[in-house]
Structure formats: C-alpha cells, structure tokens
Design a protein around this ligand. Structure first.
Ligand code: PDD
Length: 285
C-alpha cells in the first residue's frame, strides 16, 4: 500500500511529496510541528495539540495555514488515506518559500503545511518490556524550549548519544543542575519521599500534551502530584522515573547512566499512570 502525504493543499504519494529548496524550514528551521497519536482509529488529545500548534505559530509569528476545523479534517483525512488505526500523524508548518534572507520575507508568503502519517505498534501490552534505559546529558538547547520548533539539532545529538549507549532517551540537565525534560519527552519522578513530581511549565520545557492529559487524569483520580523541578541528585535517588510523550505514552525508566532506578523494576506509580493513560487513549474515561 502506498503512503499518502498532504502538501500545501494536495494529497500526494509519499515518495513524490517534496518541498522547495528555499523553504525556510529547510534553510533556517523556521517552523513548528506536532506529533499526534492515533489509537483505535481516533486521534488522541487533538484539541491540546492544535492549541499548542496555534501558540507555537503565534510565538514565532507564522500565520495559521488553515483554521482549526480544516486542520482537523486534513489530519483525519491523512490518517484515513493511510489506513492508520494505530500510529502517528506528523504535522509541520514552516514560514514558507522565500529568497534566503534572515529576516521574515518582506512580502508575506504562504506558510507551508505538510502532514504525514505512519503506522505504529499501538499501546504496549507488557509494561516491563516497555521499560527502558536513559542517560543524562547537558541541555544545550535555546531559551525558548516551550515552542515546538523543528530546530531540533541539540535534541537529535542528545538522543543519538543515548542510543549509542544503549538507552532510549537523554534526560537533559540545565546548567543549574536541574532536570529540564527528555530530548523528546517530559520527565516525571517519584522522589525519595514518595512524591510524584514533574517540572512546572516555563520556557525551559515543551508543554507536553501527554503531560497535560495526565495531569488532568491525576487530578480527576484524586492523586497527588507536585509541579516542581528535580535536581540531578534527586533523580539519582528517585524511587521511580518515567517519561511521557505522544510516542512514549508513559514509559518507565529503570536505569539511568548505567545505575538502576531503585530496584530496577517498574514501580507502582508508573504502572498506575500507564493504566490510566491507556484507558484515556482507549476512550474509557
Ligand atoms: N516529542 N518534550 C520534547 C522536547 C518533545 O519533543 C516532546 C514530544 C515532548 C512531549 O510532548 P507530547 O506529550 O505532546 O508528545 C516533550 C514528539 C513526540 C517528537 O518530537 O517526536
């Protein structure tokens, strides 16, 4: 079956899909993106993703390529045309095509919108097998990590360092020794006192949609949490660590920098949150 992409108003075969060499996304990483989980044929947390997209666009002053309703239709249509029941949608908006000059084009250009879809394995069945290793790495990104920009080189380098060391994620440490987030995930922990914590939103981290959904689920379930940053030392003493993202769901981390997290097994909080998030994804809440 051939894959179909959406490029600037047309549904085209994936292998024929292309953008201009002077697209500002290609030349300056002048654009933003979203990754939306598709589960059981439904797009998950679409409203959160589209709100974050609108915010990212506004922060870098790219006009919306389409209204929210039209974006939803395009996302759904790309999923449908690719027969994606379990998988991901990728949406990217760049400032558009213009002669290579750093300032925004003087004569406004049309933002470029690309949407692709990919099938995935779906929610993992066995959480112990989904558990993974992480490393820590210096956070070398810019000062506006709350914008979901396609400028991901520091994230790519950190992720590659993790993969080379047999890990799935790099947990990023700011210069002040505090955890910001993962290279492509938000980081959570249960501290030595048993308190569930994740960093408060701010320019240092991406406002994850999975993070937002999970915080709402926690509040509904009456489970306590604190939005408070974690130091490297606290991370090393954690009872549990886990990651969240549209592609990680809730992913337990059982080893950091070669040392086991507590007893090196998936902890009860990660298990509970994985189950709660699973119910959310299956539309059971
Ligand atoms: N990444 N932090 C960063 C730096 C991210 O890139 C992501 C998502 C997250 C989690 O956000 P969400 O829960 O909305 O997926 C946090 C996507 C999946 C990616 O780049 O592929």
């Amino acid at each position: 079956m051939s894959r179909i992409a959406y490029v600037n108003g047309a549904y085209v075969p994936h292998r024929a899909a292309s953008v201009h060499i002077e697209d500002r996304g290609y030349q300056f990483a002048d654009g933003v993106y979203e990754v939306v989980l598709v589960a059981g044929g439904r797009m998950i947390d679409t409203a959160l993703h589209l709100a974050r997209l609108a915010r990212s666009l506004a922060e870098i002053r790219i006009p919306p390529p389409l209204c929210e309703r039209a974006l939803r239709l395009v996302l759904a249509e790309v999923a449908r045309r690719n027969h994606v029941e379990e998988g991901l949608l990728y949406l990217q908006v760049t400032r558009g095509v213009a002669r290579r000059e750093h300032p925004f084009p003087k004569v406004p250009v049309r933002p470029a919108l690309v949407v692709t879809a990919r099938r995935g394995p779906g929610l993992p069945r066995d959480l112990a097998r989904w558990a993974a290793r992480a490393i820590t790495a210096p956070d070398e990104r810019w000062a506006r990590c709350d914008i979901k920009t396609i400028g991901l080189l520091p994230n790519v380098l950190a992720k590659e360092a993790a993969v080379r060391r047999g890990a799935v994620e790099a947990i990023l440490l700011a210069r002040d020794g505090m955890v910001t987030e993962g290279a492509s995930t938000n980081v959570w922990m249960v501290d030595a006192e048993g308190v569930l914590r994740t960093r408060r939103l701010g320019p240092e981290i991406l406002p994850g949609c999975t993070r937002a959904a999970l915080l709402e689920i926690l509040a509904e379930a009456g489970l306590r949490f604190e939005e408070r940053a974690v130091s490297a030392a606290e991370l090393a003493a954690a009872r549990e660590i886990f990651l969240t993202s549209a592609t990680s769901y809730v992913r337990p981390i059982v080893e950091v920098d070669g040392a086991p997290v507590a007893d090196g097994q998936v902890g009860p909080v990660a298990r509970r949150l994985f189950d709660l998030f699973g119910a959310h994804v299956r539309g059971q809440r």
